[in-house]
Design a protein around this ligand. Structure first.
Ligand code: ZN
Length: 104
């Protein structure tokens, strides 16, 4: 599954390998062998990579302000979920992103 998050500045994109800077939106995706699964290895993608991989898209009316909404989901996001069980990267841990590099 995928989950949109806000970077706290210590997230590395698994696509282009760049650091996703503070307050930038990014996406976590459970993947296995590069395929999205319900439960798997967490990958982190910046907006650009998310768009490229089809994990995110801009939708909505680009009218008056020329602004579009970015969504990480095929459907529309209607109700924001409480993020109580979201384990966001904490600034003091500094090792949250991409720490899982266990060999098989
Ligand atoms: Zn990227």
């Amino acid at each position: 599954m995928r989950e949109g998050r806000i970077s706290l500045g210590n997230v590395r994109c698994d696509g282009c390998q760049r650091t996703i800077t503070h307050a930038e939106r990014y996406l976590t995706v459970d993947e296995e062998d590069g395929v999205e699964v319900e439960k798997g290895e967490k990958s982190f993608y910046c907006i650009d990579c998310s768009l490229q991989k089809g994990y995110a898209e801009y939708r909505g009316e680009k009218g008056e302000k020329g602004e579009q909404k970015l969504t990480f989901f095929p459907g529309d996001i209607q109700s924001p979920e409480p993020d109580s069980e979201v384990q966001s990267p904490e600034p003091d841990s500094g090792e949250t992103a991409g720490q899982k590099k266990n060999d098989e």
